[in-house]
Design a protein. Structure first.
Length: 146
């Protein structure tokens, strides 16, 4: 969904662009704050702890260092992706704001033009009305004289 405005240098596009990295970054950034993500992550942690606590061959025994490392890695990637998302969204909002302001200005100018045309037409109607009144007045005088 790309729109180009010929009167300005802004291009309004998807918030992360159309490249593969932007698409993936948007998917991850949108996923991190969802209830589904939190539920899946909670279930995953419970399963991890239960498996490593109850089996005879745990791959990550207590204090679950591998799980902590996984969360640290997730946090290391989540924070920059969220910041990237916010930065791109701010730029997109700025571009939409500029486009909206330009659109409002164009509408304002079109309204002023319509008002001026209406005033001009009203003045023409007034002149025609004055001519008609003058002709009626002349006819009335002629009729009175007859």
């Amino acid at each position: 969904m790309e729109q180009k405005n010929t009167n300005c240098e802004y291009t309004i596009h998807d918030s992360f662009g159309r490249d593969h990295f932007g698409t993936m970054a948007e998917l991850f950034a949108r996923l991190f704050g969802t209830p589904l993500f939190l539920i899946v992550q909670t279930v995953f942690v419970f399963l991890w702890i239960i498996y490593n606590s109850t089996t005879g061959l745990p791959f990550d025994p207590y204090p679950y260092i591998l799980l902590n490392l996984a969360f640290s890695t997730q946090a290391a990637y989540a924070a920059p992706l969220v910041l990237l998302s916010q930065t791109r969204q701010a730029q997109r909002d700025k571009e939409w704001e500029h486009s909206d302001a330009q659109h409002r200005e164009e509408l304002h100018n079109a309204c002023i033009e319509l008002i001026n045309q209406s005033i001009e037409q009203s003045n023409q109607i007034l002149k025609i009305n004055q001519k008609i009144e003058s002709l009626i007045s002349q006819l009335h005088e002629k009729n009175t004289n007859i």
